[in-house]
Ligand binder design. Structure first.
Ligand code: NAD
Length: 475
């Protein structure tokens, strides 16, 4: 079912959710075959219309075809394939041991679908960040209402056209639109809300969810730090850092936001960063087909404001006409400056000087918990120290961003960078209720022992059984 912007009212939102819920209640989405069919159809949509998605991603965020395949289309197909490979096992009831006091009995955990999920996506990876949660919701047996970002209109329109042709239209609706449409949807009762985007809207989503006590997954952002020490191979570090930072022109939630390094390490790193930029994007990155653009004028101006008063050692050029901001590095950035106050979400890399690992840990811990933390050090002691003493959604040792491509690793934030997680089996956990089931026959009625009246004999028996329970005896 497609809903276009012009005709979407509160009543439409209500009807839409009611219809998705009515279909959910038929039980059709519970079947393993239905789930697999939906995943295969989604895969077919991405393969058949891959080129069209490449075009929309170029139009929306200036993403080149290879990057679009790597970070959006093939990425999502990979996630579908992983899910198809493992889904049967993930859905199997899991047996757990029942305590001896209940013998004979069996206990198990059954993953059941929640109902109707609302999925709200942002513009920066407008395909991946909608479809990966959606495939999780469908694999877990839910129906879904999906709201693409209005800031990626070409991808949004293509999804609205294709999804109903490929997926079961009784189960999935795409609602195109902006704040009014999202507000109308958020006023409805859902069984799970999965939101990806900034924390300001994250709060709006959480407040709306509170009305019905709806569980949420909030995939937010923040400033993801990088620590580099002198033991690291700075040439390789520079390449990985520039790749991680400049992909999608820095508009990636897990992009390295800033670097913490000693003045000496920073001085050695700087020429390597310059060399890595030239190697990847040439002497004039504006002419590179592999270098992206800023999504719109608002974000272009925001980045301009972050740069005002700064004297970058690398880059700093920009063009409002083409929404181009050069790969930019600011060495010795002031921790109190604007560029260090908020998530940069653009191709600007400040390097803040610290004395060493200890000061870097204090710097990180004095701020909000980030979505990702990156570490470049050959010292096992330093690595252990960071893993133990800092908190972040995820960690990349020796490589930025790539941890989210490991399907076995749950992807999500902590604290202000969000809560809940998805990818691989974590998506099934997110979109399911883990139902605890205890099965005990009525014969023999072993429980008679604990029914009153509590005679001396029964008290002794209960004490003996409880003692075995404390020792952890199970069936
Ligand atoms: P955005 O502006 O596209 O907004 C996200 C969604 O919120 C859109 O669908 C939009 O329609 C909706 N929205 C906007 N204002 C609203 C309102 N007032 N009420 C209800 N809904 C509203 O995207 P964005 O927020 O600019 O995305 C960038 C942010 O997202 C960054 O902070 C980034 O770090 C974060 N992000 C996080 C992840 C992650 O996986 N954790 C991934 C990508 C982006």
């Amino acid at each position: 079912m497609i809903v276009s912007q012009q005709d979407f009212s509160a009543l439409d939102a209500e009807n839409l959710v009611r219809d998705r819920r009515a279909f959910f209640r038929t039980g059709a989405t519970h079947s393993y075959r239905w789930r697999v069919a939906q995943l295969r159809a989604l895969r077919a949509m991405l393969i058949t219309h891959g080129h069209e998605f490449e075009h929309t991603l170029l139009a929306d965020v200036g993403k080149g075809a290879t990057e679009a395949q790597l970070t959006e289309i093939s990425f999502t197909v990979g996630e579908i394939d992983h899910t198809l490979r493992h889904l049967r096992r993930w859905l199997r009831p899991r047996r757990v041991a029942a305590p001896v006091s209940l013998a004979p009995a069996r206990a198990r955990i059954i993953r059941e679908p929640l109902g109707v999920a609302l999925i709200i996506g942002p513009w920066n990876y407008p395909l991946q960040l909608l479809l990966v949660p959606l495939l999780g919701a469908l694999a877990a047996g839910n129906t879904a209402v999906v709201k693409p970002s209005e800031m990626a209109p070409a991808t949004s329109a293509l999804l609205a056209r294709l999804v109903p042709r490929f997926l079961d239209a009784r189960a999935v609706s795409i609602v195109e639109g902006a704040v009014p449409e999202t507000t109308a949807l958020l006023a409805q009762r859902f069984d799970h809300i999965f939101y990806t985007g900034n924390a300001v809207v994250g709060r709006i989503v959480a407040r709306a969810a509170a009305e019905y006590l709806t569980p949420t997954t909030l995939e937010l952002g923040g400033k993801s730090p990088v620590f580099i020490d002198e033991s690291a191979n700075l040439r390789d570090v520079a390449r990985r850092l520039i790749w991680g930072k400049m992909t999608n022109a820095g508009q990636t939630c897990v992009a390295p936001d800033y670097v913490l390094a000693s003045p000496k390490t920073a001085a050695l790193l700087l020429p390597e960063l310059g060399a890595a930029i030239t190697e990847m994007y040439g002497l004039d990155p504006a002419a590179s087909p592999d270098y992206g653009r800023i999504v719109n004028r608002h974000h272009f101006d925001r980045l301009g404001a972050l740069l005002s008063g700064q004297s970058p050692q690398i880059g700093g050029e920009s063009s409002a006409e083409s929404l181009y901001v050069a790969p930019t590095v600011i060495n010795g950035a002031d921790p109190e400056s604007a560029v260090m106050a908020e998530e940069i979400f653009g191709p600007i890399l400040p390097i803040v000087h610290v004395a060493g690992a200890e000061e870097a840990i204090e710097f990180i811990n004095a701020r909000e918990k980030p979505l990702a933390l990156y570490l470049f050090s050959e010292s096992a002691r330093v690595r252990r120290h960071f893993l133990r003493r800092t908190s972040s959604g995820g960690v990349g040792v020796g490589i930025p961003i790539a941890h989210l491509t490991v399907p076995g690793l749950p992807f999500g934030g902590v604290g202000q960078s969000g809560h809940g997680a998805y990818h691989g089996e974590a998506s099934i956990t997110t979109f399911s209720h883990e139902k605890s089931v205890l099965i005990k026959g009525t014969r023999p009625d072993t429980l008679r022992l604990i029914y009153p009246p509590y005679t001396l004999e029964r008290k002794r028996l209960i004490a003996a059984v409880m003692l075995r329970g404390r020792r952890g005896d199970t069936l």
